[in-house]
Design a binder for this molecule. Structure first.
Ligand SMILES: Cc1cc2nc3c(=O)[nH]c(=O)nc-3n(C[C@H](O)[C@H](O)[C@H](O)COP(=O)(O)O)c2cc1C
Length: 350
């Protein structure tokens, strides 16, 4: 089993590349994902891992400053939590960072990696890699008003600006403005011609380039993102880096998070079963339903919980067909769970 293999290779030294003896806060995080890592999703993920750093979806400064909703809302249980901001106006970013710090966020992260047209029109996201002086101003403006870390999520390059020297120049300028933590998506972004989805798949991954950043800037905290699909791979990367940020795999196969605290953060916690995770989610769901929120807005993040287990398809189907019905309550979840054998949980390829 995967679990046993991981245990055999576990080695504390791997988790602390700088020899500090303490895993970095960045050691393992779940990526910001628009429409996916909303507060229901983060609450659900937190039930399986107490240590993982959770990122919000990207929230634009415009939404926070001019929007009508509360874009900074989250549950206390979600800590440690980082707010990812999208924007490029230093004063606006500073204003939003201050609001977020007052609300108790643990970190502010600036998005310098998203390639969508909408984001480019707003002059933020990945296109900011081409404007390192502006990114430096943004970081400095935020650092001046908050005490929590200000980090940057970036790519290894954009368009034809994809040399190592280009990445170095970006990192140095932003570092000099006070950013000491970079999360690097190990592929470049094409700013035109590729959709955001294609930009997460087509440009090739270049892990050695991210390792080199850590080698050359040992004092910076460097986390790698892109294409990581298991905790075994995470452990390998942690031999070279301070952290790994996992995106799609953590969302689609969330139960892998149940092993993270013990394997990556050196904890010795009891690991809840998948059924226990669902049961732990029920009081939260009831609370949210009572506030008028929809069941499907929560259950949509849980569809992958039983991935590869006998009954996984029935679980997914029952939730997909019933959680969206008017008045759907937690009985839908109990009925879906009853379709998955609890003892023993059997792996099955469906
Ligand atoms: C649905 C979706 C939404 C995303 N939204 C964001 C976002 O808001 N901010 C961001 O920096 N990256 C966003 N990303 C990119 C991820 O954070 C991550 O960089 C990318 O998926 C690569 O990591 P992975 O291979 O582990 O998924 C998104 C990715 C997906 C799949």
């Amino acid at each position: 089993m995967a679990q046993a293999q991981i245990s055999d290779t576990q080695d504390d030294a791997r988790l602390t590349p700088q020899g500090t003896g303490t895993p970095s806060a960045q050691c393992f995080s779940i990526a910001p994902m628009l429409d996916w890592t909303d507060r229901h999703c983060r609450y659900f993920h937190r039930l399986m891992t107490s240590q993982t750093l959770l990122y919000t979806e990207m929230v634009t400064t415009g939404a926070i400053i001019h929007g009508k909703g509360d874009y900074l809302g989250y549950s206390e249980q979600e800590h440690p939590i980082s707010l990812q901001l999208g924007g490029s106006n230093p004063a606006d970013l500073a204003r939003c960072a201050k609001l977020a710090a007052e609300r108790g966020y643990d970190e502010i992260n600036l998005n310098v990696g998203c390639p969508s047209d909408r984001v480019q029109n707003g002059r933020f996201g990945a296109c900011l890699m081409g404007e390192p002086a502006l990114v430096a101003d943004c970081v400095k403006a935020m650092r001046d008003v908050v005490d929590i870390p200000v980090t940057v999520k970036t790519r290894i390059g954009i368009d034809d600006q994809d040399s190592y020297e280009f990445l170095q120049a970006f990192i140095e300028q932003v570092r000099d403005a006070g950013c000491d933590t970079f999360i690097v998506h190990a592929r470049k972004a094409w700013l035109s011609g590729l959709s955001p989805r294609e930009n997460r798949e087509i440009p090739p991954l270049d892990y050695p380039r991210v390792y080199k950043v850590k080698q050359d800037y040992a004092n910076l905290t460097i986390a790698l993102n892109g294409g990581v699909t298991s905790l075994e791979q995470t452990l390998e990367h942690l031999q070279h880096l301070d952290g790994v940020m996992m995106g799609r795999e953590a969302y689609q196969n969330p139960y892998l998070l149940a092993q993270v605290d013990n394997l990556l953060f050196g904890q010795n916690n009891a690991v809840p079963s998948r059924h226990e995770v669902v049961r732990m989610m029920l009081p939260y769901m009831e609370q949210e339903l009572a506030k008028g929120n929809y069941l499907s807005h929560m259950t949509r993040h849980m569809l992958g919980l039983f991935q590869n287990m006998q009954g996984a398809r029935a679980w997914r189907r029952h939730l997909s067909e019933n959680a969206c019905k008017q008045g759907a309550g937690i009985q839908v979840v109990l009925d879906a769970m009853a379709k998955v054998p609890e003892f023993p949980q059997i792996e099955a390829v469906e």
